[in-house]
Design a protein around this ligand. Sequence first.
Ligand code: NAP
Length: 320
Amino acid sequence: MKAMCSHEYGGPEVLRLEDVEKPRINDDQMLIQVKAAGVNPVDTYIRGGTNNYSTTFPHTPGMDGAGEVVEVGANVTGFCTGDRVFFHRCVTGSAAEFTVGDPATTYKLPDSVSWVEGACMGVPGLTAYRALFNRGQARAGESVLIHGATGAVGTVAVQLAKAAGLNVTASAGTEEGERLLRQLGADQIVNHRTEDYLQPWHSLDDGFDLIIEMLADVNLDRDLKALARRGRVVVVGSRGSIEITPRDLMARDAAVMGMALFNGTPAEFRQISQALYPLLDGGLVKPVVRKTFSLENLPQAHTEILESGAAGNLVIDLEA
Ligand code: NAP
């Protein structure tokens, strides 16, 4: 089969299209024919060996994707050959024609959702849900700032928060991003490249109940100043360190918490996927596909995923 492989850490250029053996499954696994693979920032950290990530070689990138189950291990229950699925983690990498799936991180994909859309839901969809509801305990009627709302995680988070009855403020870095957030139904839109854009929320009475933060090393200090009493910040993304003023937390009885998808339990993933299914099937959550790439153009996708000016997901379309 065809797979993208790297044999050393490095930039996008270390990725090459290769003919490799089709993977074999054990009794607890499934073989999935990948129809579309997600491209996430974490793929670039693993490829480069940065941000505390490492791998073994040869390495095929790609945590998430969507595809068809073509073989099921003897001990696997709940899945059959022919099932349409998406996954947030796989055993052998999703940038390949086939991957080994783990039933604990693989979920049914509604017929109404395309393969490419399904590939947007693994890491970004589960991350957005877990950050808002499992960690952030978002409740209807609360106000939330999705800080960095134009990317893969943010565009789902805006839709999930709206569907749950929150008042949503969403941030973009470009006019195109602002337009997208308007289409997604955000109640207020701010531009995180302008001066003092969180000033209107700088009072304990008007601050946010919850902030979902995609770039904490830049924003955490200003987040704390824009929280309401008992406000919470959930750190989803951070690429460095930052100085904060702890007194901002004291003044509000506020809390900052981290969220890493890989800390989720199998029970949580089941609960999240069951909550996502009807939202996807009913169209209340519609993944935003910015651009698709062929498998061999994965290096270009790895370059573009780290550029500013996000507007949804980058996806490898293996059927193109
Ligand atoms: P993405 O698609 O590349 O989007 C990045 C987002 O960050 C865009 O909305 C971008 O907005 C925004 N951004 C850029 N500069 C910003 C600033 N100064 N303030 C606020 N936002 C800013 O990435 P993603 O997949 O959505 O992931 C977002 C972050 O979460 C990444 O760091 C990723 O590694 C991390 N992540 C963590 C987990 C986890 O388990 N904790 C899971 C998935 C992702 P503009 O481009 O419009 O400026």
